[in-house]
Design a protein around this ligand. Structure first.
Ligand code: RB5
Length: 142
């Protein structure tokens, strides 16, 4: 599995935890930045992750900012990207099972590392159910 990850400064510390956990699972991780805790505008990182996922170069994307909101809003402007902001495992499971989400968004100032890793695990271990949900997901694109 290949995952592309990105954050602004608000998600930078949590991104390091998430990226390490992914690599521990032998998942290939590409980090598009940011690479320091200096203030950095979130849209550029969100566009980079979204473009990479939309182009099919990665299985999933993970995006982080302070709340997870800015990166989620930005990523969802890309056709074919379904980014889901999740702060607990149930939403992460449903984002995959019902919404076929392909980008997980996390708020570095919202969830701690333990909860974030539970959310990540729920996201990665759940498959899209298809069926009636496939019809609904197909109807999402305007
Ligand atoms: C940066 O202060 C903060 O606005 C950003 O990380 C994010 O939360 C935006 O949605």
């Amino acid at each position: 599995m290949r995952i592309v990850i990105g954050s602004d400064h608000g998600g930078y510390e949590l991104k390091k935890v998430v990226a390490a956990a992914l690599r521990d699972r032998a998942i290939e991780v590409e980090d598009v930045g940011c690479h320091t805790s200096d203030p950095a505008d979130y849209p550029g990182f969100a566009h980079a992750v979204a473009e990479a996922v939309a182009a099919g170069r990665f299985d999933f994307g993970v995006l982080l900012c302070g709340t997870g909101l800015g990166v989620c809003i930005t990523a969802n402007r890309h056709r074919g990207v379904r980014a889901a902001l999740c702060s607990e495992p149930y939403s992460a499971r449903m984002a995959r099972a019902h919404n076929d989400a392909n980008v997980l968004c996390l708020g570095g100032r919202v969830v701690g590392p333990g909860l974030a890793l539970d959310v990540l695990e729920a996201f990665l271990s759940t498959s899209f159910e298809g069926g009636r949900h496939a019809r609904r997901v197909a109807a999402v694109e305007p």
